[in-house]
Design a protein around this ligand. Structure first.
Ligand SMILES: [Zn+2]
Length: 463
């Protein structure tokens, strides 16, 4: 056993400063792994077989690319480096797929499938979500390996390629490969830091369920001069139904959707949390959301309802007719304690009670459940202490993130605590044109993860 913690961190700095991080990321971003596009299967497979397996095999990992139990979706990679079965095992997760390129919408000079660096920004599809983030973690594992000659713990890496379509097949896959994925803890990276200048750790995520409200009253539109006042307008009826779900500041009025889990310990953890107000992020609407809560409690400790899209008639070419249909595409983000199986039945009861029986609710049942890790959990404390040692400042600690990840698969199916260390920030434009990663945060993330993996090696024998 040779080397030092500082030596591993210096290797991470050199990896970034000498351009190797950009070179690795450039190759990965160039593979157009847009899982939402039909025909993306060859790219998804290539990402795992040609890119990740080759990189990880060089680090002594045994790599297997395995099909999705739902054949129409992208494959999985399980990479394992078992040093000593008596030592602890750390599972690391990432997703190799990205959302669609939106090629025509990127700013002049930028394109989704090639890297462009401007100042502190590294542009490219997936640099933040999630290729850059798992590339940082894999590089940090490599730095510790080079410095120490071994990791000092067993490492398993799981990379999926359908996260952006809701991770279909992930839970069945993990259930089927429980033995290969068994670990003491999951340490993963996705999502944003609360503030780009300070590391964040989070222990879970909000859940998410998308659904549509639809009202179809008759076949075809009818002239509003002849029929206005005689035929019910589905747009107006649906608007009134939606208005029973929240009040005008977005406070939820469906009783079962109002969480009872904003406990004293969660509130105490969130009391230290400020919402990122750096340049490039929108200003928080203080007159929006649950009035009695702080902004941090609203996004991390509470549920939120959104109308994502609404349509009646033809908004692009309006005509003087009473439309036949109206539809609203909606979403509930929810925290631990909200029963995911009762979200739609509760809405049904609520709409019925308010006289909207004729409105149909459709959902594809692609629910990601909510998860949360107590900030006092020993693994959360271990990771926080390691990061504080490297960064020289304590990280922000969140019981859960506001966004959603398939984290319930790790907590509920694989049964392990989860600690996430995000390397992006809220203004990164993930899921939009001009997605970027902050170079300063990427470099910092490489240092933090190298320190963390070094410390895990020290801890490796003591489970
Ligand atoms: Zn995403």
């Amino acid at each position: 056993m040779a080397g030092t913690r500082e030596g591993a961190i210096v290797r991470a700095e050199q990896y970034f400063d000498e351009g190797s991080f950009l070179a690795d990321l450039r190759r990965r971003v160039a593979i157009p792994t847009a899982s939402q596009e039909s025909g993306s299967m060859p790219a998804l497979t290539a990402y795992l077989s040609d890119e990740m397996s080759v990189s990880l095999t060089k680090l002594g990992y045994e790599c297997r690319v395995l099909p999705n139990p739902r054949r129409e979706y992208g494959p999985f990679l399980i990479a394992r480096r078992i040093e000593d079965s008596a030592r602890s095992t750390v599972l690391t997760y990432g997703h190799g797929d990205v959302i669609r390129g939106q090629e025509s919408q990127w700013r002049e000079g930028l394109s989704p499938w090639s890297i462009a660096v401007e100042g502190d920004r590294i542009y490219g599809r997936g640099v933040a979500d999630n290729k850059g983030q798992h590339s940082i973690n894999i590089a940090a594992l490599a730095c510790v390996l080079e410095e120490r000659g071994s990791l000092g713990f067993n490492s398993t890496i799981l990379i999926e390629t359908s996260e952006e379509t809701g991770s279909p097949g992930l839970s069945d896959f993990c259930a089927a490969h429980k033995a290969a994925l068994k670990a003491d803890v999951l340490i993963g990276s996705d999502g944003p830091r609360l503030d780009p200048r300070c590391p964040t750790i989070f222990g879970g995520t909000r859940g998410v369920l998308n659904f549509s409200l639809k009202l179809s009253l008759r076949e075809g539109g009818h002239h509003s001069g002849n029929w206005g006042g005689l035929l019910a307008n589905p747009g107006i009826v649906l608007t009134h139904a939606l208005a029973t779900i929240t009040d005008k500041r977005g406070q939820i009025k469906v009783p079962e959707w109002r969480p009872k889990t904003l406990t004293a310990s969660v509130r105490a953890a969130l009391a230290k949390v400020q919402i990122d107000a750096s340049a490039g992020t929108p200003k928080v609407d203080t007159a929006w959301g649950e009035e009695s809560l702080t902004p941090a409690e609203r996004v991390f400790g509470w549920n939120s309802f959104e109308i994502l899209a609404f349509k009646t008639g033809n908004p692009d070419e309006p005509v003087n007719a009473i439309p036949a249909n109206a539809a609203a595409h909606c979403q509930l983000r929810f925290v631990v304690g909200t029963d995911p199986h009762d979200i739609i039945p509760a809405l049904r009861r609520h709409l019925d009670k308010h006289g909207f029986r004729q409105i149909e609710i459709e959902t594809d049942e692609m629910v990601m459940n909510a998860t949360r890790l107590d900030p006092e959990n020993p693994w959360a404390k271990f990771v926080a202490a390691s990061i504080e040692r490297t960064a020289g400042q304590a990280p922000h600690k969140l019981p859960n993130l506001g966004c959603s990840l398939p984290n319930d698969v790790f907590t509920d199916i694989l049964g392990m605590p989860t600690v996430w260390v995000p390397h992006s920030y809220a203004g990164c434009s993930q899921h939009a044109p001009n997605e970027h990663l902050l170079a300063s945060v990427a470099r910092d993330g490489l240092r933090l993860m190298s320190g963390l993996f070094w410390d895990l090696g020290d801890k490796g024998g003591a489970r």
